[in-house]
Design a protein around this ligand. Structure first.
Ligand code: NAP
Length: 491
């Protein structure tokens, strides 16, 4: 990839929509308020987008409610074709979308392109699922009556998404909701609203009727979205973000007994057994740890390595991580971008300092990066003691803490010693061990000899404090369908 020029960057930002998208119209926030979007690699303001008031958010829900009945009746094939066209537009505009995403989120262009392809896949997948919404018909056990079961859209949805995957965390919800016949109000994170606004423009161009998708951007998420969650016209809340905010939103959602899906935080263990192919494990570790600069809920948060291979794994991983180039994501040759903001960098810095103070060694990295942005060096920590906070808390940065174990039972116990349960990674060549360990892990997903699990065709989601509900796969559309049973009297 060649370096993106300043003119290219400027053109893309200038062309990007920056208003609220409500009822098919782009409009300013009431009072003309705006919020600044920052480039985390320079700390400079990239653009100003509309800063919605609670009244603007209610207007967005009004539009979603007004569009719901017609959209539920819209032919499933056409709903699917809109998604399919939107997928094609996303693919055709990958270069431009990638620049926008990199500028607002920081990750290198190649990573933005990978996210865009992944995000688009949810539209392609759910374009195909829209025509497979089925019910059933059965004779009642007593032989007299009949039982008809039908699936119907849940109704207007509220979606709240995080900054780490600005597009994909939206398409995982928007794709199945459109396929199922639901309308929606989406609120992206204030750090990365531009990608979501660009997606709204694409969906409108793909023929999505006015009011089906509405996007509000806001600097005060609680104040803006609270009234929507309390509004009895909303039927579903799907949230991706931190466990703490998810818990608060669930309490709010209980007032109206909203249906809820929660994709929350993670603390993924990465287990390497003595019998593993160490080179393959290092390759998988690079993906599981360094994808998105470690700012992923699926990021390997801690490496538990069998005693016999721990030194070899540490040396090889440190070599790979130490060779990564840190820098601005639009520059050629950069492998790792900045963290999203100073708060996130502070969390990473404190976790590394705590581990080192308790006896861990920084084999590579362990410092902030140079430059004005929120850079932190890719880091490998060896000999991390069990009481280090870095093993307990979500790091959300390019830091790989390594600790060793002596037997399988200890490995599984260590892996499960967390309130989170999103994903785990396991490297072993022993099939029986693989199955025993996979069955014992308390997570919603496992990568077996594989450092990445995300796939639009698979059910993504967690257990324990990582939440509930599944996004993607055949399960993904279930989150947006209610079941209605009809008892039929044939007497
Ligand atoms: P966050 O602070 O929980 O924010 C997520 C979203 O919630 C943002 O849009 C945020 O808006 C909004 N929000 C915050 N407080 C709110 C409130 N009181 N009412 C309504 N909305 C509110 O999480 P984050 O820092 O953006 O994202 C990182 C977290 O997301 C990590 O814990 C990560 O593991 C998790 N995550 C999970 C998955 C998964 O699928 N399980 C995927 C990706 C990320 P503002 O930012 O604009 O305030």
């Amino acid at each position: 990839m060649s370096t993106i020029t300043a003119t290219q960057e400027q053109d893309v930002v200038e062309r990007a929509p920056k208003g609220l998208f409500i009822g098919g119209q782009w409009r300013d926030a009431t009072g003309g308020r705006t919020l600044a979007v920052e480039d985390p690699s320079t700390t400079e303001t990239l653009a100003e987008v509309a800063d919605a008031t609670p009244e603007d958010a209610i207007a967005a829900l009004d539009a979603a409610v007004a569009a719901q009945a017609a959209w539920a009746k819209h032919p499933p094939r056409e709903r699917g074709e809109i998604l399919r066209r939107a997928w094609e537009l996303i693919m055709a505009r990958t270069d431009e979308l990638a620049i926008l995403m990199t500028l607002e989120m920081g990750k290198p262009i190649a990573e933005s392109k990978a996210e865009i392809a992944y995000a688009g896949e949810f539209f392609r997948w759910f374009a195909e699922e829209a025509v497979r919404i089925e019910g059933r018909y059965a004779q009642a056990p007593n032989g007299a009556g009949r039982m008809l079961t039908m699936r119907q859209p849940v109704g207007p949805c509220i979606f709240i998404t995080p900054w780490n995957f600005p597009l994909a965390m939206g398409t995982r919800k928007i794709g199945p909701a459109i396929a199922a016949g639901c309308t929606m109000v989406v609120k992206p994170a204030q750090q990365t609203p531009l990608s979501m606004l660009a997606l709204a423009q694409i969906l409108a161009e793909a023929g999505l009727p006015d009011g089906v998708l509405n996007v509000v951007t806001a600097s005060s998420s609680g104040r803006t979205m609270g009234p929507l969650i309390a509004d009895p016209r909303a039927r579903k809340l799907s949230f991706t973000g931190s466990t703490a905010v998810g818990q608060r939103l669930m309490q709010q959602a209980s007032e109206q007994l909203l249906r809820v899906s929660m994709e929350l935080g993670g603390n993924a263990p990465f287990l390497v057994f003595d019998d593993a192919d160490v080179d393959a494990a290092v390759q998988g570790a690079m993906l599981a740890k360094m994808r998105n600069g470690g700012e992923a809920c699926t990021a390997a948060n801690r490496f538990h390595v069998g005693e016999r291979v721990a030194d070899e794994f540490t040396t090889k991983l440190a070599e790979r991580i130490g060779s990564l180039k840190l820098g601005r994501g639009t520059q050629a040759g950069v492998d790792v971008g900045p963290l999203i903001d100073d708060g996130q960098r502070g969390i990473v810095r404190d976790l590394v300092s705590d581990a080192i103070a308790k006896g861990a060694t920084a084999v590579v990295g362990g410092q902030e990066g140079d430059g004005r942005g929120y850079f932190y060096q890719p880091t490998v920590l060896a000999g991390v003691p069990a009481d280090a906070k870095v093993l307990e808390e979500e790091i959300f940065g390019p830091v790989a803490p390594i600790t060793s174990f002596d037997d399988e039972e200890a490995a599984v116990a260590a892996a499960n010693r967390t309130e989170y349960g999103l994903v785990a990674y396991v490297y072993t060549r022993d099939l029986k061990r693989a199955l025993r360990v996979v069955e014992g892990l308390e997570t919603g997903m496992v990568g077996l000899n594989q450092g990445i699990v995300s796939n639009a065709a698979a059910p993504f989601g967690g257990v324990k404090h990582s939440g509930f509900g599944r996004e993607g796969g055949h399960e993904g559309i279930e989150e947006y369908l209610d079941t209605k049973y009809v008892a039929i009297n044939l007497d």
